[in-house]
Design a protein. Sequence first.
Lengths: 137, 590
Amino acid sequence: MPQEERIKVLMCCLGPETHNRGIITVSSMLREAGVEVVYLGNASPEEAVRAAMEEDVQVVGVSSLSGAHLCLGKALMDLARKHGMERQVTFLMGGVIPPKDIPVLKEMGFGEIYPSGSTREEIVGCIRKAAQCQCEQ
Amino acid sequence: MSDEIKCTPAKTTREIIRENMFPEEQEPLFNSGNLTKLRTKFEQWKNNMVRPGDRENWREAPRTVLGSDHPRELVYTPLNIENFDYQKYLGNPGQEPFTRGIHSNMYRGRTFTQRQLVGFGAPEDTNARIRFLLEHGATGINLLFDMPTIQMYDCDDPMSRGSVGSCGVSVNHVNDCELLFQEIDIARETVSIVTHYPSNTAILFPMYLVLAERKGIPWEQLKGSVQNDVTLEELVRNAAEYLPPRDCFRIECDNIEFIRNNVPRWNFITLNGYNLREFGTSGITEMAVAFSHAMAILDEMIRRGHDVDWVGERLAFFWSVGMDFFEEVSRLRAARRLWYKIMKYKYNAKNPRSMWMRCHVQTSGISLVREEPLNNIVRSAYEALAAILGGVQSLHVDSFDEAFAVPSEEASLLSLRTQQIMEHETGITKVVDPLGGSYYVESLTNQMEEMILEEITDIEEQGGYVEAVNSGYLLKKIYNYFYSEQKKIEQGDIEIVAHNWQKSTRSEDIESFRYPAEAEQKQLSRLQKFKSERDPHEVELALKALKDACQNGANIVPYTLNCARAGCTVGEQWKVFKESFGLWRRPGLF
């Protein structure tokens, strides 16, 4: 049963982001939910994509609180497409994201966006669903 | 650095204070006969008038964001402060133990500095916002750098892509610094330069000093502060690269020593509790960590041969003020009294100024939520009120749109107006320490002091501040706090209006701030031009000299100053630090 395989998620923040309460909290939530977390921390989009391939994760979670989400989000998704990852890996983003940017990020290819205040159920539920969809593919 | 610093002292701070203070006689205000009568009546009242349910739940903890969970009684009476000795516990304002405030007239003499944070985009963008706030009555500048500058990468570093000018202003070299302060009278304004870390304080503050030289202003005239705090560099921040805590602490002390010697009116450190607390910890831990850190600095400065007052009289603190209103007021009062005791009874300070717990506070950003953002105006205003009733020196009020982005100009002005309304319309600044004498506040003040001291003892048992950072003890402690707080919010144990209580159904739609799109490009071409015009040989020599100083133990600041003059960039100097000290693997949580 592919569904029983342990879900593996890469958690990172892009660029010189200093805030880390969000990424630590979400990583802990996922771990509590039985998800395997690869905690990368600060990384460039290139490093994030490389780590996602090496670790063979189903989901990449990006934490962004400093306003670089559009620029670095785009760089990340462009690279993911270049490596043909965008269909095998679900990209999610959370943090301080203005409402107007949410559709823009989804357009870039992010599966879901979690602004501050998102719940454990929303995040964990989405990751489970994403991993399941990929298994069925 | 000597090994003495990491050793656990033979006696804890608590023991030293107790031993040195206890010979002093107490003169309780309430006489014991009256208290006995009162106790009888109180017990009668409690048994006859108070409902059994309330009697059983007599002590109840307010559940607030970043609160201490310290339980409160249903009502407070003189019985909660039986030994209350006015002179010993409070003193008059401006008198030992400074519980009521560090000045005799407090805000009548000098109102709190209204110091709103500013920083975004290229230097000229921030310069315009600073001037806007000054034109609207701000009484101080509070400058924030962008993510690359804080993390010490130049704007052309691959790491900086997309982040230039975000969350602060981009500064790569001394000419950026000059542009930032264009047409601002730095001889007159007090400037808080939020450098955060010791490493970037050592790099950025010299650029400010060179700017003063260029403007012909003697350093002796400069007034303001830098942050220069190991807690921020090693504990709070997220980063790809960390220096070892010991070296970071050495840079912090080098900054202190240099600034104290050369820029006498400058606050060489702002012991930052704020970011630690906002990272996620109680107000008790916030103060315990900052005080333990301050003591580590004093120990090191004494070891370097300096007088305790020489350092002590310029130490300043930075606190977060959260939602538990009375706890916040009491905590600020308690911290003043405790710091006085530490300086007087542990360090034998002679100058009363060294015993002052001077502080800037900022209302809590983490207490603000995205749902119905205008509610945040109310939250910030209550927090600001607690700060003023707590007798702080300087204040920043967070803006309602901060869960979305950096404050817009409108939101930023509203924060300033919040302060002005408090000062000019409510009359609260006319009376010093207006909550002093409240049975509740005095009792809570006593308890807060005791709790802070207890956590200081915990840190001392871990080998002191630097070791508690190095071992990961503090990081784990904070993580445990904020993860359990997160659960309490999820479960609704901590109620946040419109977020988890009376959950909002309205869609969020506010016009949030947009970073100037062209900042990155502007900074890139400016840096390129700057590099092409400087003397590469001079740059190389300056960086080489800095590396030698890092390795041979000399105070590094004269060398970073030399680097600023030679036109070395922020990133070039950070590289020297990394090469000289090596990188530290921060104990991980994962």
